[in-house]
Design a protein around this ligand. Structure first.
Ligand SMILES: Nc1nc2c(ncn2[C@@H]2O[C@H](COP(=O)(O)OP(=O)(O)OP(=O)(O)O)[C@@H](O)[C@H]2O)c(=O)[nH]1
Length: 797
């Protein structure tokens, strides 16, 4: 009958590791960790097992030796107490002791199965096997103990056969109730002989036929006095024996390194359970494989634990890097996090199977590196972006300074940006990684080059636009001036202006060429383009100055200059006997001769006097650009000019007629006599006198300065404007009441005006001129249109 055991707690807690049903306890890990505090012991602990027949005082011995509290059979019941395997930790020592069910078969009948399995398990896990036996059992070759030892040897061969000489176990024979009659030496010799005989009788695996027992076992023998008969001696000998378990300096210290099964304390539960699992299921038990499996399992567990902290630590990097920011000190931070993880792995995993550990160490490093690599890559990208933006702002800033040379400035900015990138990249490259940043560096350099080229293009185009503006400005006034004073040297002045302007622009371009490091060819192309562009600007200005009204104005101006002013440049007042026809014809013919002059630009080189030209391109035809006026326009201008000059001629004639009217002298005498009284009345009356002076004085001055015709013309003009205004008003009133009939002619005129301005002006002027004679007999009429009035206005001003 089983009696329930009172379980001790704390460090002396014992665990029923394998129960009667051969079930392995799931609590070993908890006991190792929490009750025995061996979690961090690594290899710094030992395991032993005790074997022997039932009720031979095994538990009593263990309790005495190690301070454990294994159940001891009561003297009266003589019933087996230890069933299965119990395990406990020695008091104040890092030794795990397994109390194995005693052999005999009395309680289990003929079930030798458990005996074999427990022997196998003990050999696989323990460094020392204590074989407990009574003195009187020594030499009983056929006794229960010998059967047990035969089993132990057999399973040992099964386990460590191939590890001959490498894996050894110590068999410590404790001979109990030694009375002293037979010395220990004799007893041990007897036992050795028995053991040897057993060994010889074993059927050994192939290839191990000649192996020796000492290839696998070390033997040690000791005796203990009778516990009941010689209690004091018993205690003394137990105390001495205890020293062999706790004192490494003791020459008979039992836990020699060669017996270690190399199972770290934190992996014991995995290892022991796996071993038992194999044993119970009768599978081949291969300890090296088991140790490797254990190492793999534990290394993975340890690595996973290390990675929990690792992942936590790197979480903060993700957001800033993904949002394009640079993480300060990323390299040192990553290095520290990785080191912590590796150290934590190494601390616990390095105790396991060396090969497996080495492999797992590499795996952990690779995994940590690959998890960090995304940050390395992200940071590289951000460094790249930052370097480009730094390059851009440095370049733009530097280009704002006077005299900045693009090539030098861009090279410095590029060096700075590349150095910034390389410094940042080197700082985040960790040791023991295959991380590279050469590709990114190459890409960066390409980007910087591309950016610099684009920037150079922009700056160059900005500079060219500036030059064009300058050219336009430089051409504007001189060309206007030259065209305002037509004559044989007109185009010469225009071309000279062009050449001067272009040489100034080219000089500037040369200066800038150094800044932009322009090549010979590029510079030449730019110069050619600039010359062409300058020429286009020139022709545009010429065209602008030659629009219909403006050119007509210039020509009429020229005509007026010739016709209305004398040789000294004074205005002419035509007298009755003056010849108006000849100066008129001369002035008109000279003016008409100017039209063909205006019609085409005469491109003569001012220095050589030879014709020059610019190379034509797809969108630039030099010959075409020389043409200012078409044949049709020339004819139109001729007609218009003739009409206008005719008007001037008529006006000159009319002014002669008006000055021809003379008052006879007697009319003056008659006026004085008849109006004497009125004359005196005016002189005597201050009001009349002041009125007469106010009106008469300006009139007299105008008459004296010969400005009366001018005032008269202004008067007529004002009258014309007033009439036109009145007519417009009247038309509006009439149109609003008869929209279709009355508006039609006006509408047609407007359409003509919009569609064909030249024809309109021509017809309109013709109509005006013909109506002018009928209405007032002078050159002014409402049909002269805007062109004539503006011409008149300008002239008068
Ligand atoms: N003669 C003698 N009896 C002892 C000695 N030590 C213990 N005993 C007695 O032997 C009996 C069995 O002791 P246990 O320590 O329970 O023996 P055990 O081998 O652990 O027994 P199981 O666990 O049942 O196999 C007890 O009654 C002890 O008092 C000893 O040195 N000499």
């Amino acid at each position: 009958m089983d009696t329930p055991r009172p379980h001790p707690s704390g460090s002396l807690a014992q665990l029923h590791l394998i129960d009667e049903e051969k079930k392995f306890s799931q609590e070993l890990s908890t006991y190792v960790d929490q009750k025995w505090n061996l979690k961090d012991a690594g290899f710094n602990y030992n395991v032993l097992a005790v074997f022997g027949s039932q009720s031979t005082g095994k538990s009593t011995l263990l309790n005495r030796l190690f301070g454990t509290q294994f159940d001891v059979m009561s003297e009266s019941s003589r019933q087996q107490t230890t069933k299965g395997i119990w395990i406990s930790k020695g008091k104040d020592m890092k030794v795990l002791i397994m109390d194995v069910e005693g052999t005999d078969g009395r309680e289990r009948g003929e079930d030798q199965d458990f005996e074999r399995k427990s022997a196998l398990f003990s050999l696989a896990t323990s460094e020392v096997l204590i074989v407990n036996m009574w003195e009187h059992q020594v030499g009983l070759y056929n006794g229960a103990n010998m059967g047990l030892l035969k089993t132990v040897f057999e399973v040992n061969l099964q386990l460590f056969g191939s590890n001959r000489g490498k894996e050894k176990t110590l068999l410590l024979f404790v001979i109990r109730d030694h009375v002293g009659a037979t010395p220990l030496a004799n007893l041990s010799n007897t036992l050795k002989a028995d053991l040897d005989r057993i060994w010889q009788g074993l059927s050994k695996p192939e290839g191990l036929e000649n192996c020796k027992i000492l290839d696998y076992f070390d033997f040690s023998f000791t005796t203990l006095a009778h516990k009941l008969l010689q209690p004091e001696r018993f205690e003394e000998e137990v105390a001495l024996l205890r020293q062999r378990f706790i004192e490494p300096s003791n020459p008979d210290y039992v836990f020699k390194p060669q017996y270690s099964k190399r199972v770290p304390a934190d992996g014991l539960h995995v290892y022991a359970e796996a071993i038992w699992e194999k044993i119970v299921t009768n599978k081949d038990l291969d300890l090296p494989t088991q140790q490797e499996l254990l190492a793999q399992f534990r290394c993975d567990e340890i690595a996973n634990l290390a990675f929990v902290t690792f992942k936590d630590s790197i979480r903060d990097f993700r957001h800033p890097i993904e949002s394009g920011q640079l993480v300060e000190n990323l390299g040192p931070k990553m290095r520290e996090i990785r080191d912590v993880a590796i150290k934590s792995f190494v601390k616990d995993a390095s105790r396991y199977h060396a090969e497996v550990y080495k492999r797992k160490h590499a795996e952990v490093l690779t995994k940590a590196n690959s998890m960090l690599e995304s940050f390395f890559v992200g940071q590289l990208k951000n460094l790249h972006k930052k370097a480009v933006s730094q390059f851009s702002s440095e370049l733009q800033q530097a280009l704002k300074k006077d005299g900045a040379e693009f090539g030098a400035v861009s090279a410095t900015a590029k060096d700075n940006a590349t150095a910034f990138f390389l410094q940042g990249a080197a700082a985040i490259k960790l040791e023991e990684t295959d991380w590279e940043y050469e590709e990114e560096q190459f890409q960066l350099e390409q980007d910087l080059q591309e950016f610099a080229a684009t920037q150079r293009e922009k700056e160059l185009s900005k500079m060219l636009t500036g030059l064009e503006k300058q050219i336009k400005k430089d051409l504007e006034d001189p060309i206007k001036l030259a065209l305002d004073h037509p004559g044989p040297g007109m185009w010469g002045r225009v071309i000279t202006t062009y050449h001067h302007t272009m040489s100034r622009a080219e000089e500037l371009l040369h200066k800038k060429a150094r800044t932009f490091e322009l090549g010979q060819e590029e510079q030449q192309t730019l110069e050619e383009n600039l010359r062409r562009q300058g020429w286009v600007l020139l022709t545009m200005k010429v065209q602008e100055e030659s629009v219909d009204g403006l050119l007509l104005y210039k020509l009429l101006n020229r005509f007026e200059e010739k016709f209305q002013r004398d040789e000294r440049g004074l205005p002419r007042v035509w007298k009755p006997d003056d010849d108006i026809d000849t100066p008129f014809r001369k002035a008109r013919d000279e003016t008409l001769e100017l039209i063909p002059l205006y019609a085409k630009i005469k491109a003569l080189d001012p220095t050589t006097g030879e014709e020059f030209s610019l190379e034509s391109t797809d969108d630039f035809d030099f010959d075409q650009s020389l043409r200012v006026l078409s044949e049709t326009r020339q004819q139109e201008l001729t007609t218009q000019l003739k009409r206008k000059t005719d008007a001037s001629f008529v006006e000159a004639k009319r002014s002669v007629v008006s000055t021809q009217v003379k008052v006879p002298y007697w009319v003056g005498v008659a006026l004085i006599i008849l109006g004497w009284n009125e004359f005196m009345a005016i002189l005597m009356n201050p009001l009349y006198l002041s009125l007469t002076l106010m009106l008469g004085l300006p009139f007299g001055i105008l008459w004296y300065l010969d400005l009366l015709p001018l005032v008269q013309r202004i008067g007529w003009k004002a009258y014309d404007q007033a009439m036109e205004f009145g007519r417009e008003k009247l038309r509006d009133v009439v149109h609003s009441s008869e929209p279709v009939l009355v508006r039609a002619p006006q509408q047609r005129i407007l359409e003509e005006e919009q569609g064909r301005p030249q024809d309109f002006l021509h017809r309109h002027s013709a109509r005006s001129l013909s109506s002018h004679g009928h209405e007032r007999g002078d050159t002014r009429d409402d049909g002269e249109g805007l062109e004539m009035s503006s011409f008149e206005d300008k002239k008068n001003l």
